[in-house]
Design a binder for this molecule. Structure first.
Ligand code: PEP
Ligand code: MN
Length: 336
């Protein structure tokens, strides 16, 4: 970390500051310029809050030279993390396809959807039982009953299930869930991240609606620092000024993340665009961008869906799209 002191700082106060950092176990290196003094701070500065240092009266500017995240950082873990869900893998050359309806609505809906997804080559079944909805009057999921129906569909098809945890109060109900999804709205629910860090289930961590890549990685760091190393990141679009799509898919986040972290990255073109017609194209784009998987909303009858019908593709479109995804995975040397 580099701290630029104000011209007016004076040697005494600069010395007090360097003594303070040294007492905390850092080494310091001062470079005296004609205009200002620059303090180089050497050591693990990840615990230092840049804003706190910036607020000191003698400080002009603070610049980090290393990232504040360690466990998720590729610098300290060069190989790709492979998340293995009972033999179904995501990361390190294995491509995962998570598909299913936005919400579990009935046994018939989820089982028929699961069968179609399995037949088309999907590797995980998704479906919301506890739904985050903007309106309290909208369909908010079948809750515990929805989880039971997901388990029925898993029994029928063998597909591992991915579903969203909305409250730590429900964690006990998630014992048989294979991958716990932390939705965009809870990406910075730090108490929740601490708790799921202590469980040993794989976590799908969606990007927050308006969060930077660094903030997202810091949330993954919360989970990993609790001891849970099975974290999958999911890019699902961010809020921008653009209104033509529900969100803006930050496709560049995929190669950017690949350089920054060893964790697998999945792309969700359904929530990113809000438009079913765009889903196959952006799914293909995700493979070429280097993603380790997809999360796609599939509904047997999108026009009757209780949630997110406009962005849900039919099983037929999904099957068709999977042909292209397989071709592109082969091109990218990924196994599906
Ligand atoms: C979902 O996956 O159904 C969902 C609500 O996603 P997000 O948290 O990305 O909005
Ligand atoms: Mn949805």
């Amino acid at each position: 970390m580099i701290i630029v002191c104000k011209n007016s700082a004076g040697t005494k106060r600069i010395e007090e500051l360097t003594n303070r950092f040294e007492a905390q176990g850092f080494r310091t290196h001062c470079s005296q310029g004609t205009q200002s003094t620059i303090i180089g701070l050497i050591g693990d500065t990840s615990k230092i809050d840049v804003e706190d240092v910036q607020a000191l009266p003698i400080v002009e500017k603070v610049q980090r030279v290393s990232e504040p995240f360690k466990l998720v950082n590729r610098k300290f873990h060069a190989e790709d993390t492979i998340v293995d869900v009972n033999g179904v893998k995501i990361g390190g050359g294995s491509f995962g396809v998570i598909a299913g309806p936005c919400s579990v609505e009935s046994e018939e809906q989820i089982v028929s959807c699961a069968r179609a997804i399995k037949a088309a080559g999907g590797t995980f079944l998704r479906g919301g039982a506890f739904k985050p909805r903007t309106s309290p009057y909208a369909f908010r999921g079948l809750k515990a009953k929805g989880l039971d129906l997901l388990l029925t569909a898993k029994k029928e098809t063998g597909l591992p299930i991915v579903t969203e945890l909305m409250s730590l109060d429900h964690l006990d109900l998630f014992n048989d869930v294979d991958v716990i999804q932390i939705g965009a709205r809870n990406m910075q629910n730090f108490e929740m991240l601490d708790e799921i860090g202590k469980c040993n289930k794989p976590i799908l961590l969606k990007r927050g609606l308006a969060n930077t890549i660094e903030e997202w990685l810091m949330s993954a760091e919360y989970i990993m620092s609790g001891g849970n190393e099975n974290v999958i990141l999911c890019e699902r679009g961010i809020r921008t000024f653009e209104t033509a799509t529900r969100n803006t898919l930050d496709i560049a986040a995929v190669p950017v993340l690949k350089a920054m972290t060893h964790l697998p990255i999945v792309v969700d073109p359904s929530h990113a665009t809000g438009k079913s017609a765009l889903v196959p194209t952006l799914s293909k784009t995700a493979v070429v961008a280097g993603a380790d998987g997809l999360m796609v909303e599939v509904h047997p009858n999108p026009s009757e869906a209780l949630c997110d019908g406009a962005q849900s593709i039919t099983p037929a479109v999904f099957a068709d799209m999977m042909g292209d995804i397989r071709t592109l995975c082969a091109f990218e040397h990924k196994s599906l």
